[in-house]
Design a protein around this ligand. Structure first.
Ligand SMILES: Cc1cc2nc3c(=O)[nH]c(=O)nc-3n(C[C@H](O)[C@H](O)[C@H](O)COP(=O)(O)O)c2cc1C
Length: 392
């Protein structure tokens, strides 16, 4: 619990700067000491005087107020421009200097037009920030300043303040706090010879988002990483599991974890034999026999403890997919199946977004298309609900 927290609030140059007034007001109402740091860009939208008046303080005479200790650095709204400056460690104004000098949690609320949010440069910058354990809230889908509807709308001030208070330790602890959580992520590669393999297109983004989310909720997280195409999050134990056999061995060694989330795409088949060296190129066909691998979800399900929560991901294609996933609950003895339709090109494998249906014994819930970290939050909420049921 943090009594009066000192919060440095960066405000950058987007239309949503006006919503930062409400963020200041809510934080001050909660009894916190807020130092507003609007950029020159932000002052084109709302004057610095407005923020200082709401924060009930004078504009500081000290030229270095931003370099003093703060319990939290919050930037809302965060423009694409300042996200790029943060990702690259630039320090060309008071806010970015403060960010480089700050050693506590950093929470950012991006707001921008959807094309800017989806640009590869912006995505890469946010990946960098996420890998550095920066907390990112939103953006959400909705009506944008230009009148179009899309991703890029800043999270609501009340939600931003709630997350800020959670980071300051002012919220009821999550049921995941102190729990041992294992997340599998990525796609296994089954060797054909020393250089070739049978693999799949999974990048590991979904599993990484789940591991990061569980860590933020206070869990002790182990990530079983199968050939990740994105950086593993900071603050979690990472165990490399490149093949299905590696993943099975490491998962079974941790089968007593409180929660196991199997988000990795584990090969169903592997070559029966793998050559030691590189097979020489030849004009002859190469016939490969594929044999089934061990079904890790089934193995964990049959070795499980009833107090544990087991989550399996199911990639399927076509209208019968959901029916097969419902059957998986009993067939593999898991508590939650996260079903995604890999027949769609805009979600799932190797994409930034996902749309899933959460299938449990209590029913089904659609999580509409959203960036994977947002989908991960919905999955973890469901895990918490199931864990709470176990306690009753
Ligand atoms: C009317 C207007 C609205 C803007 N809205 C946004 C926005 O919502 N998000 C964003 O990333 N940039 C937006 N920009 C661009 C930024 O203001 C610009 O990149 C600026 O350099 C940001 O500087 P700062 O990040 O230091 O505040 C907007 C620009 C204008 C003129």
């Amino acid at each position: 619990m943090c009594a009066v927290a000192r919060i440095v609030l960066g405000i950058t140059g987007g239309i949503a700067a006006y919503k930062a007034c409400e963020v200041v007001r809510l934080l001050v109402r909660g009894g916190h000491d807020v130092l507003p740091l609007p950029t020159r860009g932000a002052e084109r939208f709302v004057s610095a005087e407005t923020f200082f008046a709401l924060a009930r303080r004078e504009r500081p005479a000290d030229p270095y107020p931003h370099l003093q200790r703060a319990d939290l650095l919050l930037i809302a709204p965060l423009t694409a421009h300042t996200a790029a400056r943060l990702a690259h460690g630039l320090a060309d104004d008071v806010l970015t200097e403060a960010a480089l000098a700050h050693r506590g949690p950093l929470l950012v609320a991006p707001a921008m037009n959807s094309a800017m949010w989806e640009h590869p440069a912006t995505r890469a910058n946010f990946e960098t920030l996420r890998a550095r354990s920066v907390e990112i809230i939103g953006p959400s889908a909705g009506e944008l300043a230009e009148g179009e509807v899309g991703w890029g709308r800043m999270a609501e001030p009340a939600a931003i303040v709630e997350r800020a208070l959670a980071l300051l330790g002012e919220q009821a602890p999550s049921t995941l706090a102190g729990r041992r959580v294992v997340v599998t992520a990525g796609g296994t590669r089954e060797p054909l010879d020393a250089v070739r393999y049978v693999g799949n297109r999974s990048s590991g983004r979904m599993g990484v988002a789940l591991a990061d989310g569980a860590r933020r909720r206070g869990a002790a997280v182990t990530l079983l990483a199968a050939n990740l195409g994105v950086p593993a999050p900071a603050g979690v134990e990472v165990v490399q599991t490149p093949t299905a056999a590696d993943l099975e061995r490491e998962a079974m060694a941790r089968r007593d974890a409180d929660v196991i989330v199997m988000a990795a795409a584990v090969a169903d088949y592997r070559p029966a034999a793998a050559g030691d060296g590189k097979r020489a190129k030849s004009a002859e066909p190469w016939h490969v026999e594929l044999v089934p691998t061990v079904d890790v979800a089934r193995a964990l399900g049959s070795a499980r403890d009833p107090s544990q929560v087991l989550v399996a991901f199911g990639a399927e294609q076509g209208p019968d997919g959901l029916v097969r996933k419902r059957a998986m609950l009993d067939d593999k003895n898991v508590d939650l199946v996260v079903y995604n339709d890999v027949g769609r090109f805009d979600i799932g494998f190797d994409s930034d977004d996902n749309e899933v249906t959460l299938v449990s014994r209590d029913g089904e819930r659609l999580v509409p298309k959203a960036p994977k970290p947002a989908v991960a939050e919905a999955v973890l909420d469901e895990v918490e609900r199931l864990l709470a049921q176990r306690r009753r």
